[in-house]
Structures are given as structure tokens and as C-alpha cells.
Design a protein around this ligand. Structure first.
Ligand code: AMP
Length: 358
């Protein structure tokens, strides 16, 4: 989606991917296929590009450091270094006074003091943290060892399980000149720890919305992010915000912006990294986005025509070859006058996808 946005603005996009059959190849000018530790290939790629960005945060930082020697990398390797490791991320946030869930670093099973924050607690591996990957909720002390073993007995953090009211995200954009724009707060509902529905505008007070945006702006300045930064927040009962996770790239919760805003998050990323003025992020209308997971393919090809017959609904498919349960394959967005109408239409369209064909 980034490649398509950049191409529509006249840029020639070159991708670097370690996937043999990546969907990006069908929508960009050329593809470098190679591993992220192939220094020579990375150098060739870097020399061809005027600016490089990322769409996935679990790329080895060393690969970005190689590329950074030859061209602009936005956001830079330092941002990735902080955001791709839950312990570094939370340590940075708490050391700089940002509100986070109480946490503790854990290096061994014996080091897990399960009663420290009370039960339930959450054990999270420090790496590969997205879509609930690498985390276990511990409901009783006896489950601790199993959780530790299932996360590979590797460096982790123990976190308090917080009974939040809502989850919201803000996607900030920042240019090399320090210009800032924000999408959201977007209200996010998860299913099995994976984003299921995003709603705009998020149903929170103006004061809280402004605070979430101000925190995002301050954090982007502090980390010197050029590009996008998604900040996921827990909204607590006492109207307090806690930061849960950072993603320095276009975010699933911002997909609504493709039809819902004058400038989509993808075009915004192009503008930010190319040093262009940032675009308008206000909503044309209310919007709801629902994810399409691989589970929808369980009984064969979903009924696209049925979903597309719902007015004000837009379909995006990512071109992934294999549908697996839990894999994000695409999304639907409904743009309507009210949030309720948008949610109803988006969910209705998704239901129609899996109806039994006559
Ligand atoms: P994460 O992979 O850290 O973004 O977590 C995925 C989802 O798990 C979050 O969006 C929350 O719904 C839930 N979650 C993560 N950490 C906590 C926590 N400390 N307390 C309660 N729920 C959590």
C-alpha cells in the first residue's frame, strides 16, 4: 500500500524483501530478494535508493545500519533498535516520563516473581512483539513455568495485567523539518490479541484525545522519528492513558485513512520521508475498518461480490498467496455519517463474505 501510494505520486519504488514470493513485487518497479544479513546485496540496494523506509519492525537493525551508510533511512536504525525490543522500548518510555504499564525484566524462570504485580500477569518475550505474538497471560501461579517454556525460556518482561476500558492508537507523522500531523485517536478492538475492528473517531473525551496526540508528538521528537510512529494506548477507568506498544511504520489501525482522510497514512509516509509538506489528516466522515483473516477462506474463496454490494464499503486485499488462520489477508472499510452506521456496514460486509454460496 505504501508502494502504490508512492507510485501514484510519481516515485519509482524498489523493494528489499527476504520473502521469495512477496506481494510487494507485483506493485513496485523492482525487487531485491535477499536475506537481511546479505551485506553486499543490501549495499547494492542502498546505492540505488534516495531514501529508504520500513513497513515491518522486525528487520535486523544491522541491516538498516548497512543501508544508512549509503542513503537516508527514515525512520533511522536507532528508532528501530528501541521499538523492536519490548524491554528497550518500555525502559526508554519510563525513563523519559511516559506512562507505561508496570513491568520488570526477566532473565530466568527463577527470576519471575509472579506475585509482584498480582495475578493475572502478562509474560512477554522482548523480541517479535506484534499481534499478541510472544506473550502469555498467566492466570494462576502454577501456569508460570509453562508460560516461560512456551516463550522459549528467553529474555522477557513481566507486566501487570491492566483492566483497561478501551484501547486506542494515534499514528503520528513527522517530517525532517519537525512538522507533525496525527491520525486518531482510533479506537481498536482486538480478537485473540489481533486487531479486529478500528473505529474513527475513537469514542473518548476531547481532553483525552488531545493528551494522546500530545504524548505521541513529544515521543516522536524525543526519538527523532522521521516517518510514522503508531502509539498504542490503554485507556484506564480513571481517564488515564498508558502506552502499550510502539510501531514506527504504517499501522493496521490507520488503514481507514485510505478512504477516510484526504491524505492516507501511506501517502503521509511518502511525504514525511521525502521532506514534502504533510497532508491533511482530518476525517471526511466516520469510519470503521474490519480485518479479513485467513480463517475466512476455510470453506473456499470468500464471496467478494456480496460484500462489495454493501454501499460505502471498500475492499483491500494484500495479495498474499496462502490464507492461514490468524493471518491478515486484507481489510474492509466503511465510511458513513455515524460511527454506528460505519461499524454495522463494515461488519455486515464481512459476514456476507463467508455466507454459503447458493
Ligand atoms: P501487544 O502485543 O503487547 O500489543 O499486546 C496485544 C494485545 O494484548 C493488546 O492490544 C491488549 O489487548 C493485550 N494486552 C497486552 N498487554 C496487556 C496488559 N499488560 N494488560 C492487559 N492486556 C494486555
Amino acid at each position: 500500500m505504501f508502494a502504490l501510494a508512492a507510485a501514484s505520486m510519481g516515485y519509482r519504488v524498489i523493494a528489499y524483501t527476504d520473502e521469495p514470493d512477496s506481494p510487494v513485487s507485483s506493485v513496485c518497479a523492482s525487487t531485491y530478494h535477499g536475506s537481511f544479513d546479505d551485506t553486499n546485496r543490501l549495499k547494492l540496494f542502498a546505492k540505488e535508493a534516495q531514501v529508504v523506509t520500513i513497513e515491518f519492525e522486525n528487520i535486523p537493525v544491522e541491516a538498516l545500519r548497512v543501508v544508512e551508510e549509503f542513503t537516508h533511512v527514515r525512520p533511522g536504525a536507532m528508532v528501530l533498535h528501541t521499538a523492536q525490543n519490548r524491554l528497550r522500548e518500555k525502559t526508554f518510555l519510563s525513563a523519559n516520563g511516559y506512562p507505561v504499564v508496570p513491568f520488570k525484566a526477566v532473565n530466568s524462570f527463577e527470576g519471575i516473581q509472579i506475585e509482584q504485580f498480582g495475578i493475572p500477569a502478562v509474560l512477554k518475550s522482548v523480541g517479535f512483539g506484534y499481534d499478541g505474538k510472544g506473550q502469555r497471560v498467566i492466570e494462576a501461579a502454577v501456569e508460570t513455568e509453562q508460560a516461560w517454556v512456551s516463550l522459549g525460556e528467553a529474555e522477557a518482561i513481566l507486566e501487570k495485567f491492566v483492566p483497561f476500558e478501551k484501547e486506542v492508537s494515534v499514528i503520528g507523522a513527522r517530517s525532517p523539518a519537525g512538522e507533525f500531523a496525527a491520525y486518531g485517536p482510533i479506537e481498536n478492538q482486538h480478537k485473540n490479541h489481533i486487531l479486529d475492528v478500528s473505529i474513527v473517531p475513537g469514542q473518548i473525551s476531547d481532553a483525552l484525545a488531545n493528551e494522546a496526540i500530545a504524548l505521541t508528538r513529544s515521543l516522536m521528537d524525543a526519538l527523532d522519528v522521521i516517518g510514522l510512529l503508531c502509539v498504542e494506548f490503554f485507556v484506564m477507568q480513571d481517564e488515564k492513558l498508558l502506552m502499550n506498544e510502539l510501531a514506527p511504520r504504517p499501522h493496521n489501525s490507520g488503514h481507514y485513512s485510505m478512504e477516510g482522510c484526504p491524505t492516507s497514512q501511506f501517502e503521509q509516509l511518502v511525504r514525511a520521508i521525502c521532506g514534502l509538506p504533510l497532508g491533511t489528516t482530518s476525517n471526511h466522515s466516520c469510519a470503521a475498518m474490519v480485518n479479513l483473516m485467513g480463517d475466512l477462506w476455510e470453506h473456499g474463496e470468500p464471496d467478494w461480490a456480496a460484500a462489495l454490494a454493501v454501499p460505502h464499503v471498500y475492499l483491500h486485499l494484500y495479495g498474499k498467496r496462502t490464507a492461514r488462520p490468524g493471518r491478515k489477508m486484507g481489510h474492509l472499510t466503511a465510511c458513513c455519517r455515524t460511527v454506528d452506521e460505519a461499524v454495522t456496514r463494515a461488519k455486515k460486509a464481512r459476514e456476507l463474505l463467508s455466507r454459503t454460496r447458493a
